[in-house]
Write a protein that binds this ligand. Structure first.
Ligand SMILES: *[C@@H]1O[C@H](CO)[C@@H](O)[C@H](O)[C@H]1NC(C)=O
Ligand SMILES: *[C@@H]1O[C@H](CO)[C@@H](O)[C@H](O)[C@H]1NC(C)=O
Ligand SMILES: *[C@@H]1O[C@H](CO)[C@@H](O)[C@H](O)[C@H]1NC(C)=O
Ligand SMILES: *[C@@H]1O[C@H](CO)[C@@H](O)[C@H](O)[C@H]1NC(C)=O
Ligand SMILES: *[C@@H]1O[C@H](CO)[C@@H](O)[C@H](O)[C@H]1NC(C)=O
Length: 468
């Protein structure tokens, strides 16, 4: 009886709480910040707005991400970003200089900023953090759980990684999480470690998991479009923040351009903590609204720098999409862009007819691929005003390419015969409606329509422009 009353009381309290909780408030702090299923769920009103420095979380999906009831999966491909890392070397230099400037000029720190006085910048550079390793292991576990019915006897997923250390390390951690889930859950076993094909990120090497092959983008004005679009917005959102920060650090005069750098330290310090569990003191210097602006600022940089907003963004994703089409249809790769014909023509380095594939890469590469797939067709990213991911067809850097981001492409058979095959694309668990292949209410496209809809990739995008 008492327990029934307790349960009732619990329900009453919970529904009361649910009513009083504003939409963008944090959920109650969970016991652990990161789980395989949901990703990162601590301090969500901040941490889900850190652009590409957000740790992966399951993005809201209007279409349920579960496999539709009448369908059976026949194929799954994941394309993943590496897990959380320390800042790149170049950024580390800027952060260290920013902190030195603050220490040099500040005469007095207001109470909220007092921690800065003794703060020493001491993050590493370029490598995964231990939390980043955990994220990738969780990602492998999740991939196993979702797609274990596709596992073939004695055959691990076919895995490729772009050649940078953190990407290879991410692939290794993923296989560890996958393998642990496999042995914990079944009598099946696989020889471990699994084979990972690495493709170097070096000049002159064709690599569909690296976005530095398009010469005009790399050396020309195209690479600047992203920073230009972001700086238009920077000059709108950052000056009032700079004024406040300067007022709290008497003596220092930070510029608007230094504000995003100061804000970066919040995600970076947080993902450097054990389990990502310790929210950095930098985070609370800024309001939830300011984090929304920061997210938008980062999103503009990605969209116009590497994604659909850049004339040569989607083109850089064409090679990978053509490889995807080959895997989906079991036919040889047809591509004249970034693929390596030697690798892709060999059964050992590009096997067809497998059911599970996993590729590991970077955010910028994934932005081009998302553009080539057309999952954000029709989305506009105005430079002047903040719009949330919900207003941008699901696009924000935090929803698309966070640390440990993953795109799932799945093929399924739905009640019909052999040729009744469908394809769906999920970006961080959000099912993406696909106008290009006339997806239905469940986000599914018929396989033949999907291939047809990828004509931008099949015709090589604007690869010719890369060398003009
Ligand atoms: C283990 O397998 C069972 C069915 O055999 C499934 O219901 C369960 O979700 C699996 N667990 C994991 C961690 O994948
Ligand atoms: C293509 O791959 C082969 C086999 O790994 C390698 O020897 C060759 O250098 C690569 N060529 C290019 C252009 O990437
Ligand atoms: C801060 O710097 C800006 C330009 O860098 C300058 O216009 C402004 O006067 C400076 N403010 C103070 C208080 O020194
Ligand atoms: C590498 O890509 C270029 C440009 O598409 C192509 O001309 C060359 O044949 C490719 N090399 C290999 C080994 O595939
Ligand atoms: C945003 O900025 C970019 C780069 O400066 C420009 O090409 C684009 O037209 C702008 N878009 C809008 C919607 O203002």
């Amino acid at each position: 009886m008492a327990s029934v009353l307790l349960v009732l009381l619990f329900i009453v309290i919970r529904s009361a709480l649910a009513k009083t909780q504003p939409a963008d408030q944090d959920r109650p702090t969970p016991a652990v910040c990161d789980t395989p299923e949901e990703g990162y769920q601590c301090s969500t009103s901040l941490s889900h707005h850190w652009g590409q420095y957000s740790p992966f979380f399951a993005a809201p999906s209007e279409i349920p991400p579960d496999v539709p009831e009448q369908c059976t999966l026949t194929f799954a491909q994941v394309l993943s970003r590496h897990g959380a890392r320390d800042p790149t070397f170049g950024k580390s230099v800027l952060y260290a200089a920013l902190i030195a400037k603050i220490h040099l000029h500040t005469k007095s720190y207001s109470p909220n900023y007092a921690f800065l006085k003794s703060y020493r910048y001491s993050l590493g550079s370029d490598q995964l953090t231990s939390f980043g390793e955990q994220q990738m292991s969780h990602s492998g576990t999740k991939f196993y759980t979702r797609y274990r019915t596709l596992l073939e006897p004695k055959t691990p997923p076919f895995i490729r990684a772009s050649g940078q250390a953190r990407v290879i390390h991410s692939a290794e951690q993923f296989t560890q999480g996958f393998h642990n889930a496999l042995i914990a859950n079944s009598s099946a076993s696989l020889p471990f470690p699994y084979h990972i094909l690495t493709i170097p990120e070096l000049p002159g090497v064709n690599n569909t998991l690296n976005n530095k092959l398009c010469t005009s983008w790399t050396t020309g004005r195209y690479s600047k479009i992203g920073t230009e679009a972001a700086s238009v917005f920077l000059n709108k959102f950052a000056p009032p923040i700079a004024a406040r920060v300067n007022a709290n650090l008497a003596g220092v005069n930070l510029t608007a351009a230094e504000i995003p750098l100061l804000m970066d330290l919040c995600p970076y310090e947080t993902v450097a903590s054990a389990g990502g569990a310790k929210l950095s003191a930098f985070c609370n210097l800024f309001s939830a609204e300011e984090w929304a602006s920061y997210d938008y600022f980062q999103s503009l940089g990605k969209w116009y720098g590497y994604g659909p907003g850049n004339p040569l963004g989607p083109t850089q994703g064409v090679g990978w999409v053509n490889e995807l089409l080959a895997r989906l249809t079991g036919k040889a790769v047809e591509d004249g862009t970034s693929t390596n014909r030697t690798l892709d023509g060999n059964e050992k380095s590009f096997p067809l007819g497998r059911r599970l594939y996993a590729d590991f890469s970077h955010d910028n590469d994934m932005m081009g691929i998302l553009g080539a797939l057309g999952v954000y067709d029709g989305v506009a990213m105005p430079n002047g005003t903040v719009t949330g991911p919900g207003e941008n067809g699901g696009f924000a850097a935090s929803w698309a390419v966070p640390f440990a981001a993953r795109i799932y492409v799945e093929k399924m058979r739905c009640s019909g015969g052999e040729d009744d095959e469908w394809v769906r694309v999920l970006v961080n668990d959000r099912v993406m409606p696909m106008g290009r292949c006339e997806s239905d209410g469940l986000g599914r496209c018929r396989l033949d329509k999907f291939v047809e809809g990828m004509d931008f990739a099949r015709t090589g995008g604007r690869w010719d422009l890369c060398f003009k």
